[in-house]
Design a binder for this molecule. Structure first.
Ligand SMILES: Nc1nc2c(c(=O)[nH]1)N[C@H]1C(S)=C(S)[C@@H](COP(=O)(O)OP(=O)(O)OC[C@H]3O[C@@H](n4cnc5c(=O)[nH]c(N)nc54)[C@H](O)[C@@H]3O)O[C@H]1N2
Ligand SMILES: Nc1nc2c(c(=O)[nH]1)N[C@H]1C(S)=C(S)[C@@H](COP(=O)(O)OP(=O)(O)OC[C@H]3O[C@@H](n4cnc5c(=O)[nH]c(N)nc54)[C@H](O)[C@@H]3O)O[C@H]1N2
Ligand code: SF4
Ligand SMILES: [Mo]
Length: 743
């Protein structure tokens, strides 16, 4: 007998609603849910393979323990006992400073992980961690922290109402949107144009997104900050800067005006490879559009001036009067507050940077982390404070971290490595113990973090489709168990239910103590007692009930609770975004700080960049609709067909390098060399080549039957780890100098 379930796809920020048909323990069909209030029948090819992921014979279903070169499948009790056995001597001998963790991207799409990674970090007392954040959005976090007062205070373009959209370094035709949650972004771009608006894409590559835009501006990688600074310069020079209703809440605009004169369109044109007249015209179009939004993503973050570019995106939105107004750049109001919106009351507003430095390179801490590229040297360099134990949670840094070869060489030097991962892959093969999470379909789902940057205020909850196999812990239980073991407990001593109560009580306490919280002054004991369930569902119920539409534990009768959300499997939609900047700003001054000294100091480096002459090729990364970072190449349906891990190169560059379409090329950078097939195409601007990230599955010792056959090459072998965006420490993986030669 077949059953149908409604589920939200957990793979990306589009959060598509799916209708999944199941017979017995098999998925027999997946189609879009046309009645989903959020995605309204939109879906991409990845959503249709959730069943393949669930049934993938390579997906780990039980813990593995390493004995030399072989793996032994063990019970959960044995696995945790083994973790303690291998970890405790390291900590006893070398202290907690010898232990670290790496947190990867799927954490953001899995509410069992996203909430409990915080619990893990707090309870384990590991002094510091690494994350995919510093190869992704750290510049955005830094700008959010300093300009708005919260590291996750990141506005989104109001796609459905804007008249003018300027997109830099984002390709939603592949990614489906990032720090921008909207199903069918391309359809929404079409709609902007259909209502008479304009879409402009700034990218070194003529991407699939450009097909849905009015204009493509090829830009030299790493120069978006110079381009945007020139737009700012024109807006001031032509007296077009206008804060509108933000006037009373913005500080530092005079300082921005003081700083921009050197960046005239003429001064930056050659560096950006964009004519001065085009920059001027764009500035005018932006200012004259009834509403406009500038949106920058990974191409503007993972680059030489990631922080300045991300800051200038905000500056343009603010000084064109477009921040916090319909059609501009707005703040979402999620139905459940999340860790991303919680400001601990015991922490005064404001951020301090450079509180400590990495041991080997002396890289300064920014928002609590140093660059991911430091990890390899911290493991490989002997001395006090050397990293000897690593806990990798839902991450594959052997593929995703810059200087990939160095990390690959460093991981075997660890005394102990634990992976919380669903696959035996390029990274987890270095672990001593692998602890797999449940399949997506075996657990409930709610996109805690992602709703914080959605284009509408909405939400939906999905139940598990398959019951989790008996005795298998959910990831939140794995993390609590691990935290206790790191903190010194033995397996068997640990009662995760008690730890969970402790954690939940702590969160409630922190929230209630905040004078701005909706439950300020209420009794924590009463709230705890009134919240049912356990784990992430209990936290979610609490977060919904004290959220903007919540029942406030009786104060707003009929308000939203998790139980009421469950009754609406197609989701709830609270409508379009509404202005709320006053609520969002949490800087010490209470104002939007438009010119934080920590960021503007980096303009010196940008000015120096203007006198650098560019010769030779530079490499950028790309994504494909049918991939998801490094970990979905084991699904045959997604990878078969034409080879996708190719080097894209402009015809002029190809002929200069004496390389033909389809031939193989050596790509050499200061960090390493890889070999890849070449695809000659004028979709690249001259001087820039592109290789996708997330490939390179030919390493020995993995259990990825399909991915090994479609191995591709790891483009992070080419990314030098020392290249970082200075203020944020974020990796530079776009704009890497390379040489291309025929094989
Ligand atoms: N050159 C280059 N490098 C890049 C980028 C780029 O554009 N160019 N992009 C960067 C960006 S934006 C990011 S976010 C990072 C990503 O960096 P990572 O997060 O390190 O890499 P992923 O490929 O997402 O790896 C996800 C891992 O989680 C596992 N996994 C999947 N689902 C689950 C789950 O539900 N539970 C658990 N426990 N594990 C799971 C997978 O098996 C895999 O091992 O890469 C960065 N690296
Ligand atoms: N299908 C699919 N979807 C995904 C992912 C995936 O791997 N596959 N990964 C997810 C993750 S973790 C993230 S962070 C998001 C990222 O989502 P997006 O930010 O949309 O990422 P990309 O699709 O890589 O597009 C980045 C674009 O930046 C361009 N670019 C490179 N350097 C520069 C530069 O210096 N300046 C400018 N202006 N452009 C530049 C590249 O040519 C590319 O077209 O996607 C998410 N969604
Ligand atoms: S766009 Fe594709 S991967 Fe993203 S949520 Fe929708 S179906 Fe899933
Ligand atoms: Mo990412």
């Amino acid at each position: 007998m077949s059953r149908t379930h409604l589920r939200t796809c957990p793979l990306c920020e589009a959060m598509c609603g799916l209708e999944i048909t199941v017979e017995g323990d098999r998925v027999t069909g997946i189609r879009p849910d046309d009645d989903d209030v959020w995605s309204r029948g939109y879906v991409c090819p990845k959503g249709a393979v959730l069943g393949d992921l669930h049934h993938d014979p390579d997906r780990l279903r039980a813990p593995l323990v390493r004995d030399g070169d072989t793996w032994r499948q063990v019970s959960w009790a044995e696995a945790f006992a083994e973790v303690a056995k291998r970890l405790h001597p390291v900590i006893q001998q070398h202290g907690m400073e010898s232990v670290t963790a790496y947190i990867g991207n799927p954490t953001a799409h899995n509410f069992s992980l996203s909430r409990y990674v915080g619990a893990f970090m707090g309870m384990s007392t590991i002094p510091s961690i690494y994350s995919a954040g510093t190869v992704d959005q750290w510049p955005k976090n830094l700008v959010g922290a300093l300009v708005y007062g919260g590291m996750w205070t990141i506005p989104v373009p109001d796609l459905d109402r804007t008249d003018y959209l300027l997109v830099l370094g984002a390709n939603p035709s592949a990614s489906q949107g990032s720090l921008l949650a909207a199903a069918d972004v391309l359809g929404r771009l079409d709609a902007i144009r259909a209502r008479g608006g304009k879409v402009v894409v700034v990218d070194p590559r003529r991407t699939g997104t450009v097909a849905h835009a009015d204009e493509w501006l090829p830009i030299r990688p790493g120069t978006d900050a110079a381009f945007l600074a020139a737009i700012v310069q024109v807006l001031f020079e032509e007296k077009r800067a206008d804060l509108g209703r933000l006037a009373g809440i913005v500080a530092g605009i005079e300082r921005v005006e003081e700083l921009c004169p050197p960046f005239t369109p003429e001064a930056v044109a050659e560096t950006c490879a964009i004519p001065a007249e085009t920059i001027r015209r764009l500035a005018r179009e932006l200012a004259e559009a009834p509403t406009a939004a500038v949106y920058g993503r990974i191409g503007t973050c993972n680059q030489e001036f990631g922080t300045l570019a991300s800051w200038l995106v905000e500056v343009v939105n603010v000084i064109s009067g477009n921040l916090d107004r319909p059609g501009g750049s707005m703040f979402s109001n999620p139905i459940a507050w999340s860790m991303t919106t919680l400001h601990p009351p015991d922490q005064p507003p404001g951020f301090e940077m450079h509180r400590w430095r990495s041991r080997v390179r002396g890289a300064p801490e920014v928002l609590g982390q140093v660059p991911l590229s430091c990890l390899a040297e911290e493991i490989a360099t002997p001395g006090k404070g050397q990293i000897r134990a690593l806990i990798a949670i839902a991450g594959n840094p052997v593929i995703s971290a810059p200087d990939a070869s160095r990390l690959e060489e460093a991981l075997p030097l660890l005394d102990c490595m634990i992976s919380v991962d669903n696959y035996l892959n390029e990274t987890s093969r270095h672990a001593d113990v692998i602890l797999p999470g449940l399949s997506a379909l075996e657990q409930p789902h709610y996109d805690e973090l992602i709703w914080a940057w959605s284009v509408r205020n909405a939400g939906k909850f999905s139940e598990a489709i398959f019951p989790p196999p008996a005795d298998r812990p959910a990831e939140w239980e794995i993390l609590l168990q691990l935290a206790a073991i790191v903190a010194g407990a033995k397996y068997g001593d640990v009662d995760t239910a008690t730890l969970d109560d402790l954690y939940f009580g702590g969160i409630v306490g922190v929230y209630l103590a905040d004078p701005r919280s909706s439950l300020h002054g209420r009794d924590a004991g009463e709230i705890v007692a009134a919240t049912e369930g356990r784990g992430p569902e209990r936290l979610l119920d609490f977060a919904i009930r004290c959220g903007p539409w919540g029942d406030l534990y009786g104060k707003r009768p009929g308000g939203l609770t998790l139980a009421r959300l469950r009754e609406q499997p197609h989701g709830v939609d609270m409508g379009p975004l509404e202005p709320r900047v006053e609520e969002m700003v949490r800087t010490p001054s209470g104002k939007i700080e438009l010119a934080p000294e920590y960021i503007t100091a980096d303009l010196v480096r940008l000015r120096e960049r203007l006198s650098r002459k560019d010769e030779g090729l530079v490499l950028v990364s790309r994504r494909h609709l049918r991939s998801n970072n490094s970990w979905m190449h084991n699904v045959e349906k997604l990878v078969r067909g034409r080879e996708r891990c190719t080097l894209l190169i402009h015809p002029e560059d190809a002929s200069r390098c004496r390389i033909e379409d389809g031939a193989r090329a050596l790509i050499r950078s200061p960090a390493g060399t890889v070999e890849a097939p070449v695809q000659v195409s004028d979709e690249m601007m001259p001087g820039v080549v592109s290789l996708p990230h997330g490939w390179g599955h030919d390493l020995a010792g993995t259990r990825l039957g399909v991915a090994q056959r479609y191995a591709g090459v790891n483009n992070n072998i080419l990314a030098p780890g020392y290249l970082v965006d200075v203020p944020s420490g974020n990796a530079v993986v776009n704009g890497i100098p390379v040489e291309v030669t025929p094989v």
